[in-house]
Design a protein around this ligand. Structure first.
Ligand code: MG
Length: 461
C-alpha cells in the first residue's frame, strides 16, 4: 500500500487497521524500530481502539525478534506511557494509537528516552532500515523478553499532583464533568480529579473502541452532550479528551466550549504571573491572544512550525517550561515536555482555585478575536513556487515564514497562509478584532493566491 519511502506522518505512522496497517506491517515496523534502538528496553501500550491489542502484539513480536525487551503496559493514555519512559528509565516506547482519527484508524508512535516523539532525522533512520530491509534479527538465544508491567497510571496521576496545589483545589469542591471519548482518558482522569477532591460525573467513560459516544476528536460539534451535561447538573467545569488523552478541550460552567488557544492563554497567564520572563512555545497557527498574554505578563513567545513534536523539541532545546497548541495540546515542561490532557485539566483546576473566579468570567476577560478560515486549490508541484511569490509580495510587512507565511498587522489582525501537507490546497486562517476584517483578509489573500497560481500556470503552459 505504501508508494513512497515514507512511513511517518506529522504524528507517527497512521492508517486504517487491516488495510494499510496489517499485523504483518506492524511486525515489520516493530523489527525496524527494534533495529533502530539496537536492543534495549521499550515500553509498549495502546489506546482503546479495537485493533489496539492485535497491532501491539505484532509490534511486540517485531521488537522481541530484534532483541528488544518489551515492558507491556496495556491500555493507557499516551502521556501516561510517555511519563513511564522517564519514570522507568527505558530506552523509549512504542505507542499504538491514532489519537483523534476515526475508529477504523490506528497508528504507531515511537518515543525516545526523554518521553518525546522521535525527531524527523530519527524517523528517517527507521524508514531506511524498513525500506532497505536492513532489519537485524537476533540469534535465538538473544531474542528479547516480554514482561507485563502494571501501575503506570497511578504513577502518572501521582506525578501530575506534584505540580499543583492539591489542598487548595480540594478545598473548592469543584464538580467536573469528564467526557472520556470512550477511550483511555477514562482510565486516568476520573481518578486524578477525585484525588484532587473534585466531584466527578463522567460521560462516554465506558471503554469501547468503536467510539459509540462521539468521534474521538474533541471538536465543539462533538461536545454537545458534554456542554448540556455541565449546564444540566450545574458543574463548575467540563473537560473532553481525544482518543489517546493527550489533548483536552474545556467547557465553562455555562456550557460554552472554548477552543484550545483560549484555555492555553489562561494557563499561560497564571503561569507567567508566577514565573515572569519565561519562554512560551506555540505553533505559528495559534491566536495572537497567546502573544498578547506573553506581552502583558512579561513572557517571551517563541513561534514554531505546526505540529506537537516540534513544540516538544523546541521546548527541550530552549529549556522552556510551557507550550500550547490551538487544538487543545498543553505541554507543561516541569512534568514532561509533551502534550498531556491530564496535566492540562489539573492546571485549569489549579488556576480556578487560585483565582476563585468562574471559568467563564476568566475566559471572557481575555482579549477577543474573530476567526475566519478559507482554502484555495493548488496542485502540489506549484506549492513551493507559490509560497516564494507570495512571500516576495509581503516584503516590508511583519511576517514569519517558519511554516507557510504569517503576517501580523498593526491593528492586531493576522493571516496565516499555509500549504496543506496532505491535500492539493492552501489553507488560510485569519484573525481580527472584527468578524468583517477577518473575512476581508481571507478574501484578499485568497485572491492574491489565485492570481499567483494562475500566473504560474500560464507561465508553465
Ligand atoms: Mg492525541
Amino acid at each position: 500500500m505504501l508508494l513512497s519511502r515514507r512511513l511517518f506522518g506529522t504524528n507517527g505512522i497512521r492508517g486504517v487497521a487491516n488495510k494499510e496497517l496489517t499485523p504483518e506491517m506492524a511486525a515489520a515496523i516493530g523489527s525496524a524500530v527494534g533495529t533502530f534502538f539496537k536492543r534495549g528496553n521499550l515500553i509498549v501500550g495502546h489506546d482503546a481502539r479495537t485493533s489496539g491489542p492485535m497491532l501491539a502484539n505484532a509490534v511486540i513480536s517485531g521488537l522481541n525478534a530484534t532483541g528488544c525487551n518489551v515492558l507491556f503496559a496495556g491500555m493507557a493514555p499516551t502521556p501516561a506511557l510517555q511519563y513511564a519512559v522517564k519514570n522507568h528509565r527505558t530506552n523509549g516506547a512504542v505507542i499504538i494509537t491514532a489519537s483523534h482519527n476515526p475508529p477504523e484508524y490506528n497508528g504507531i508512535k515511537v518515543v525516545w528516552n526523554d518521553g518525546i516523539e522521535l525527531s524527523r532525522e530519527q524517523e528517517i533512520e527507521i524508514e531506511n532500515i524498513f525500506f532497505d530491509e536492513k532489519v537485524h534479527y537476533a540469534e535465538w538465544n538473544e531474542i528479547g523478553a516480554l514482561q507485563t508491567i502494571s501501575g503506570i497510571i497511578d504513577e502518572y496521576v501521582d506525578a501530575i499532583k506534584k505540580h499543583i496545589d492539591v489542598a487548595k483545589i480540594a478545598s473548592k469542591h469543584f464538580h467536573v464533568v469528564v467526557d472520556a471519548a470512550n477511550s483511555v482518558a477514562a482510565l486516568a482522569i476520573p481518578k486524578l480529579l477525585r484525588e484532587l477532591g473534585c466531584k466527578v460525573t463522567t460521560i462516554n467513560a465506558n471503554i469501547d473502541g468503536t467510539f459509540p459516544g462521539r468521534l474521538p476528536e474533541p471538536r465543539p460539534e462533538n461536545l454537545k452532550d458534554l456542554s448540556l451535561t455541565v449546564r444540566a447538573i450545574g458543574a463548575d467545569l467540563g473537560v473532553a479528551f481525544d482518543g489517546d488523552a493527550d489533548r483536552s478541550i474545556f467547557v465553562d460552567e455555562t456550557g460554552e466550549v472554548h477552543w484550545g488557544d483560549k484555555t492555553f492563554a489562561l494557563v499561560e497567564k497564571y503561569f507567567l504571573k508566577n514565573h515572569p520572563g519565561e519562554k512560551i512555545v506555540s505553533p505559528v497557527s495559534s491566536s495572537t491572544l497567546v502573544k498578547d498574554i506573553a506581552d502583558a505578563y512579561g513572557g517571551e513567545i517563541v513561534w514554531t512550525k505546526v505540529g506537537s513534536v516540534t513544540v516538544s523539541q523546541t521546548m527541550k532545546k530552549l529549556n522552556a517550561k510551557l507550550g500550547g497548541e490551538e487544538n487543545g495540546g498543553i505541554f507543561y515542561g516541569p512534568h514532561q515536555s509533551v502534550r498531556d490532557g491530564g496535566m492540562a485539566a489539573a492546571l485549569i483546576l489549579n488556576l480556578m482555585a487560585e483565582a476563585n473566579e468562574k471559568l467563564s468570567k476568566m475566559l471572557n476577560e481575555l482579549p477577543k478575536y474573530f476567526i475566519e478560515k478559507g482554502k484555495v486549490e493548488c496542485s502540489n508541484d506549484l506549492k513551493e513556487k507559490v509560497l516564494e511569490k507570495l512571500t516576495e509580495e509581503m516584503k516590508g510587512l511583519n511576517i514569519s515564514t517558519i511554516d507557510g507565511v504569517k503576517v501580523w498587522f498593526e491593528d492586531k489582525s493576522s493571516i496565516l497562509v499555509r500549504p496543506s501537507g496532505t491535500e492539493p490546497i492552501y489553507r488560510l486562517y485569519a484573525e481580527a478584532k472584527t468578524a468583517e476584517k477577518a473575512k476581508k483578509l481571507v478574501q484578499e489573500y485568497g485572491s492574491k493566491l489565485e492570481r499567483i497560481i494562475d500566473s504560474l500556470k500560464s507561465q508553465r503552459a
